[in-house]
Design a protein around this ligand. Structure first.
Ligand SMILES: [Cu+2]
Length: 146
């Protein structure tokens, strides 16, 4: 008796975790006007991700001359980065002294109390808009609560 059965085993394990879509929400956002440079400010927020991994790859505001950059801080100095990795099932905190978003060359009409709509661009989630309100640096700092 000849046995010529072929067993095909399809493994569906392994990659299921990374292929899961990200579930990104933005929380606790606030913005500081720069005390040093007119028209510059920094934005801090939390990116909550209950799904698969993602990355923040850019940001913009709807003002033609305004430049928005992603920054990190290394050895007390700010450096521009191309992306901020948003791990799966974690909350990524953009905060003073760490990753943050910088806005340069804002219109002169932007001052304390002004609001702008910031558009965040994610590698996998696409664009997400978030309203930000500019505060005095002092007021924002005290929020960290030490
Ligand atoms: Cu910066």
């Amino acid at each position: 008796m000849r046995v010529s059965a072929v067993l095909v085993v399809i493994l569906v394990a392994g990659s299921s975790c990374t292929s899961q879509p990200p579930q990104v929400t933005i929380e606790s956002q606030y913005a500081n006007l720069s005390p040093l440079f007119i028209g510059a400010g920094s934005v801090f927020l939390k990116i909550k991700n209950t799904g698969g991994r993602d990355a923040l790859v850019g940001a913009s505001v709807a003002s033609p001359n305004t430049v928005v950059e992603l920054h990190d801080e290394k050895d007390g100095r700010m450096v521009r980065v191309d992306k901020i990795v948003i791990p799966s099932r974690e909350t990524t905190d953009l905060r003073p002294g760490s990753h943050h978003i910088m806005i340069f060359n804002m219109p002169r009409t932007v001052q304390e109390g002004s609001e702008l709509t910031l558009t965040l661009k994610f590698e996998r989630s696409g664009e997400k808009q978030v309203p930000i309100r500019f505060e005095k640096e002092q007021a924002a700092r005290s929020r960290d609560g030490k």
